[in-house]
Design a protein around this ligand. Structure first.
Ligand code: TUI
Length: 309
């Protein structure tokens, strides 16, 4: 099996989460420049905005980067063609099954890495020609599946013969080493990058991640079909109430979630905004440069030093 360094042409087998409204060219270019795989998060944007972000990233780095396509987005289909025109090298997908796009992406020579929350989808994606998988546990922030990273990664390892990038709950070298022990070839990190200097979100959002403790996140919308992990606040309590009565439509909830995410990201509204973050927020203690976050994972990793082989 190819290593992620060989497959992606990166120095470190670290992929950035494709965080909607957050993962702009600033974050993507910083992660790629630091030796990982930076991603533009297309969720929440139309095709022209994503095209602009791709072109800006190319101005900032000559290293490889990718685009994360959030499949629940009404713009997903238009974006799926535009990334071919713009010669994007790597695509990750989230919040759905990218089966209908796989052939055209593979025919265009793109490396395709779907995010999967289950063994069944992992197997389907392997048959459809995926190059690797992001296997994401419920510890992650934002829209999530049911299973934990600890149980899902080894089950997917047993079921498919593709490189695995473990995601959900990983913020440091210990998470990286554990993921490798579970059968992954690399990791995806999101929450810890929220608290990076280059992350283009309001300072209040960063501080909220740094302040978070182990029990600070909650999953809203379980049972609506779109569970979303956020940091607890007034907005998360309101959302829980709305979904309890069952009177709101899924589409309305999605708009509420993405709209309130923007409030948190741009206005720093920590009460009425939706502060998406994973359980690893409790591990994040300060705002650091992206390069320091990536370098630290590898400097301290026992696996990387060959001690666990
Ligand atoms: O996609 C994510 N995380 C996200 S997307 C997002 S924006 C959003 N806002 C409101 C509502 C919904 C989305 C914020 N965070 N992570 C990857 C991920 N993919 N998690 C779970 C899944 C997933 C779920 C079901 C992937 C495939 C899937 O397939 C169902 C099927 O059709 O088989």
């Amino acid at each position: 099996m190819k290593s992620l360094q060989e497959l992606l042409g990166v120095e470190y087998p670290i992929v950035q989460g494709g965080m909607a409204n957050i993962a702009t060219h600033k974050l993507a270019a910083a992660v790629s420049e630091a030796g990982g795989l930076g991603l533009i998060g297309a969720g929440g944007w139309d095709v022209d905005k994503v095209r602009f972000e791709i072109r800006e990233t190319k101005k900032k780095t000559n290293k490889v980067f990718g685009v994360n396509i959030m499949l629940m987005s009404p713009h997903a289909e238009a974006i799926s063609d535009m990334v071919i025109e713009e010669e994007v090298k790597v695509i990750t997908t989230g919040a759905g099954n990218p089966g209908i796009y796989m052939k055209k992406w593979k025919d265009a020579g793109i490396i395709v890495i779907p995010v999967v929350p289950s063994v069944a989808l992992a197997k389907r994606m392997a048959r459809a020609g995926a190059d690797a998988l992001v296997v994401e546990g419920t510890e992650a922030g934002g829209h999530i599946g049911e299973l934990t990273t600890f149980t899902l990664v080894p089950q997917v390892r047993d079921a498919v013969d593709l490189p695995i990038i473990a995601a959900g709950g990983i913020a440091d070298h210990r998470g990286f080493d554990a993921a490798v022990c579970l059968g992954a070839q690399g990791v995806q990190i999101g929450t810890v990058l929220l608290a990076s200097e280059e992350c283009p979100i309001h300072i209040n959002y960063k501080n909220s991640v740094v302040k978070a403790k182990d029990t600070s996140t909650v999953v809203t919308g379980r049972g609506t079909g779109a569970p979303v992990r956020v940091i607890k606040n007034k907005m998360s309590r309101r959302y829980m109430e709305l979904t309890k009565t069952g009177e709101v439509e899924l589409k309305e909830l999605e708009e509420l979630t993405l709209g309130s995410l923007r409030k948190a990201v741009f206005e720093g509204d920590m009460e009425g905004g939706s502060i998406m973050a994973g359980q690893s927020a409790g591990l994040v203690k300060s705002v650091r440069p992206v390069k320091e976050i990536l370098d630290h994972i590898f400097k301290e990793s026992r696996v990387y030093k060959g001690q666990l082989k």
